[in-house]
Design a protein around this ligand. Structure first.
Ligand code: ATP
Ligand code: MG
Length: 321
């Protein structure tokens, strides 16, 4: 059983993955595998077990599969966007392959959240040039719910409060709306409750909080945990995390990072917007980009974040011109 990470036999038992034989006091027990164990922590999520999904594992190499595994999940080409006559995005180019975590850092007001809103399909923005492909599909032609059903997820910098809608009700409705849009059967209430319990426990979320209206009265850190809970339940393919670390205390940062790391897999990519290198110590990115005046002006490995931490953005001012 040593190959089963971050899940113990009791949990596997509860999930119906294993059966234990000969459980006599002091006697030895044998464990029978009833169905495949959950994926490794970096190749899927424990929730896959409940959902009965195949974990995202590297597939045998055939030319078609190799294409699928290397084709970008997200491709942004020369994206320009404006709001109220003001151009904010001025030619964003970005390619994120499957399974990769990219980080974006940049000055306040440089357009990072605008990029995430435009990708999520928030109204008010006018796209004046460029295109965006999600798994090869034209993202900009889809409405926000279609984007979500296609696997795009955004954790907001400022999660909005929705009075009157219990968090639990919202989560179940969101999950089942996506399943319906994908032609999948709706998740039963017991399965949903178990999924919430697993993800909520990992994130140290008090279940009482989930009975309250979404984000209403949640502390800053609780709001961010609730965003990651949504991500863990929805199991998106492309996750945009806008300053998910802001508002988290030191311990919460570790808890949330652990949950995000557990969601890293070959079939899931992430774009993390952050101001602080400390997040990237916990969730080590494959690529770091510097965003300045509406576009990416520099890209590098994780050391680029260290360089920014030490020297600030002065070296990159004017680079967008
Ligand atoms: N409705 C609007 N009208 C005019 N300007 C706007 C509007 N909405 C946003 N902006 C401007 O767009 C710019 C980019 O904002 P954005 O929120 O994308 O920045 P950001 O890089 O995410 O900054 P931060 O690091 O502070 O979160 C800002 O200067 C902001 O004031
Ligand atoms: Mg922002």
């Amino acid at each position: 059983m040593s190959s089963l990470p971050e899940i113990n036999v009791i949990e596997l038992l509860e999930l119906g993955v294993v059966r234990i034989h000969n459980r006599k006091p002091g006697g030895s027990a044998s464990i029978e595998l009833k169905r495949p164990p959950p994926p490794a922590s970096n190749s899927g999520s424990r929730l896959d077990v409940i959902e009965g999904r195949a974990p995202d594992k590297p597939m045998a190499a055939t030319p078609e599969r190799a294409d699928k595994m290397t084709a970008p999940i997200l491709e942004i080409r020369n994206l320009h966007a404006r709001i109220e006559e003001r151009e904010i995005l001025k030619g964003v180019n970005l390619i994120i392959p499957p399974g990769k975590v990219h980080a974006i850092m940049g000055r306040n007001g440089s357009g990072k959240s605008t990029l995430s809103y435009v990708l999520a399909g928030k109204e008010d923005y006018e796209i004046t040039e460029g295109e965006v492909l999600l798994n090869g599909q034209n993202l900009l032609e889809m409405d926000p719910s279609e984007r979500a059903a296609a696997g795009l997820f955004q954790a907001f910098q400022y999660p909005i409060e929705i009075p009157g809608v219990a968090t639990m009700t919202f989560l179940k409705a969101a999950m089942n709306a996506q399943r319906k849009a994908r032609g999948e059967v709706e998740m039963s209430t017991p399965d949903f409750m178990r999924a919430v319990k697993i993800a909520g426990t990992d994130l140290q979320i008090d279940t009482g909080m989930l009975k309250r209206p979404l984000n209403v009265g949640f502390s800053g850190g609780e709001k961010k945990r609730a965003e990651v809970l949504q991500m863990a339940l929805l199991q998106p393919k492309m996750c945009i995390l806008d300053e998910t670390d802001s508002g988290l205390d030191i311990d919460a940062l570790q808890v949330v990072s652990k949950s995000i790391n557990a969601l890293r897999s070959v079939g899931r990519s992430m774009l993390m917007i952050t101001h602080y290198q400390r997040l990237l110590n916990h969730i080590v990115p494959d690529v770091v980009h510097v965003f300045s005046d509406g576009k990416i002006v520099e890209s590098g490995d994780k050391d680029l974040a260290l360089q920014l931490e030490a020297k600030g953005y002065a070296d990159f001012d004017g680079a967008a011109a």
